[in-house]
Design a protein around this ligand. Structure first.
Ligand SMILES: Nc1ncnc2c1ncn2[C@@H]1O[C@H](COP(=O)(O)OP(=O)(O)OP(=O)(O)O)[C@@H](O)[C@H]1O
Ligand SMILES: [Mg+2]
Length: 509
């Protein structure tokens, strides 16, 4: 997969000394990179390192402050993503959204000049082209389906189809795999290799370094706005790359500790939801225990958690908190009984217009507001600030500014604020749905440490994760879900990777 380059070979993209400032942060500090034809270039770095900002400056999503960008030798500065696309550069964003009201097909052709009034014949041929593009990318889906009906994986492929249609020569993929299940990840990596063989270049941003190492020809490491290291495929070394990313060494990726396990805090009996996505689930979790829940995407893990906390309608089932049967009809009920849930999609957990400080304090304020006397206690901003700073430091939230609005944070830092918000809520049961998704390696370890700290404090933790090593190494007990049911249970001692995978995917096992 390595590229052989002669010295006369010219890069298609050259970025020289690019700077980008936001109020209060310098996001990119003099970054220089080069990309050759048909090359997959990895771009890795901690949350907030400036990866997305760099890609956005190159692809016309935002404007750089200074520096030079050469595209096929010509100095360019695209004013919009569509201008970049017309020149052959496509950005596939981290929080992907298709235009909801348009079909997949329209999303592919969006912005084509001369498109508008069609004859039936033209519509037919567009449909054929769209079908063919999607087929080339290995998916068989009706291009007339509306954008809002498809998940992240299809949305991404739609954008890649769009890039192909516009004959893009460079596709910048910003964390394309973070919301995908293992099978979808494989499909995407295959697509990338295929595009490369056609001479298309890609920049691949991901926190899953193993994936980057698998497909990239070269890797740039970004830290604190600067490109600090470059590795050629022949020199790829996971530990070295991580060291360059975080400027320190990680000794233990899974800082699990045995803590005493106490009484049962939460017990669920025969829980089913109204839509048949959760079937007869029974389980319990005890103080000090981390209960892992594994299953492939669509196995009903998230649905079970959402039904439990009253976010989705329940058909039947009983819930006991500390031995007492409780009636949970809405998430606030769950919260009052000491059950806190961190959604898989952290976008749901944050109020974008509020600051880090306000977001973290929000659940606590809500609980104050809901006192029986109905008083809203005055908000103590200085203790809120201390609280926020505590989490900013323990989770390494960047920038270290409690007053920064959530909307101005990088993707991973938003996730950290969502976690801080949950942790601040002082619940007895924490349900963490994919808590380390889209989070850099160093911070993953911090979050896992926090889980252990909370277990030590006597909280019960339910860890829903698609990352099997995380489930195996962090859990005291593991439940496996398949098609809405809990199909297997393993203790920490019994847990073997093959057995868990088999239970998660095999029918009739
Ligand atoms: N629109 C904005 N306004 C203000 N600050 C911003 C804005 N976008 C990004 N930043 C800041 O710039 C820095 C770099 O952010 P960027 O999104 O590029 O990081 P990243 O490397 O992509 O991180 P992640 O892995 O978490 O996605 C961060 O400190 C972020 O808070
Ligand atoms: Mg980013």
């Amino acid at each position: 997969m390595s590229t052989v380059r002669s010295s006369s070979f010219q890069p298609i993209l050259v970025v020289e000394n690019l700077w980008k400032r936001f109020p209060g942060v310098v996001a990119v500090k003099g970054a220089s990179i080069k990309i050759f034809e048909g090359e997959i270039v990895g771009l890795v770095g901690e949350n907030g390192a400036g990866k997305s900002t760099l890609l956005k400056c190159i692809t016309g999503v935002i404007r750089k402050d200074s520096g030079k960008i050469f595209w096929f030798g010509r100095s360019v500065d695209f004013r919009s993503p569509s201008e970049a696309l017309k020149n052959g550069i496509m950005y596939v964003p981290q929080d992907i959204v298709l235009v909801k009201n348009l079909s997949i097909m329209d999303n592919i052709f969006l912005g084509m000049e001369g498109r508008g009034l069609f004859s039936l014949k033209e519509v037919r041929s567009e449909l054929d082209i769209a079908k063919q593009l999607l087929n080339e990318l290995g998916i068989d889906i009706d291009p007339r389906i509306r954008g809002e009906k498809v998940g992240t994986a299809i949305a991404q492929i739609t954008l890649i189809a769009r890039a192909l249609h516009f004959k893009a020569k460079l596709i910048a993929l910003d964390e394309p795999t973070s919301a995908l299940g293992p099978i979808e990840v494989e499909r995407l990596l295959d697509i990338m290799v295929k595009l490369k063989s056609r001479g298309i270049s890609m920049i691949f941003v991901s926190h899953k370094i193993e994936e980057v190492v698998r497909v990239a020809d070269r890797i740039y490491v970004m830290r604190d706005g600067e490109i600090v290291a470059e590795f050629d495929r022949s020199r790829f070394d996971l530990n070295e790359i991580i060291k360059a990313m975080i400027a320190r060494e990680i000794k233990e990726f899974f800082p699990k500790e045995k803590v005493p396990i106490g009484e049962t805090v939460l017990e669920v009996r025969n829980l089913s939801d109204l839509y048949g996505m959760v079937k007869n689930a029974s389980f319990y979790v005890r103080r000090g225990e981390i209960l892992g829940i594994y299953g492939i995407v669509g196995s009903g893990r998230t649905e079970m958690a959402l039904t439990l906390i009253g976010y989705r309608p329940k058909k039947e089932g009983e819930i006991y908190v500390k031995g007492v049967r409780v009636n949970i009809e809405k998430p606030l009920d769950a919260f009052r009984y000491g059950i806190a849930y961190l959604p898989e999609d952290w976008k749901l957990a944050l109020v974008y217009l509020l600051s880090i400080r306000e977001n973290i304090a929000l659940p606590i304020i809500q609980s104050i507001k809901r006192t029986d006397i109905g008083l809203v206690s005055p908000i103590d901003t200085s203790s809120e600030k201390d609280l926020a700073l505590k989490f900013i430091d323990s989770l390494r939230i960047v920038p270290r500014d409690p007053n920064r609005k959530a909307m101005y944070l990088s993707g991973g830092n938003r996730q950290k604020v969502a976690i801080a918000k949950l942790l601040a809520a002082k619940a007895d049961v924490l349900i963490l749905d994919e808590p380390t998704h889209g989070i850099d390696v160093g911070t993953k370890v911090e979050i896992r440490k926090l889980m252990v700290d909370f277990a030590r404090e006597g909280k019960a933790i339910i860890l829903i994760s698609s990352e099997l090593p995380e489930i195996i190494n962090m859990s005291d007990r593991i439940l496996v879900m398949r098609e809405g049911r809990i199909v297997a249970e393993f203790t920490r001692e019994q847990a073997k990777e093959e057995d868990i995978i088999r239970a998660a995917i095999l029918k009739g096992s």
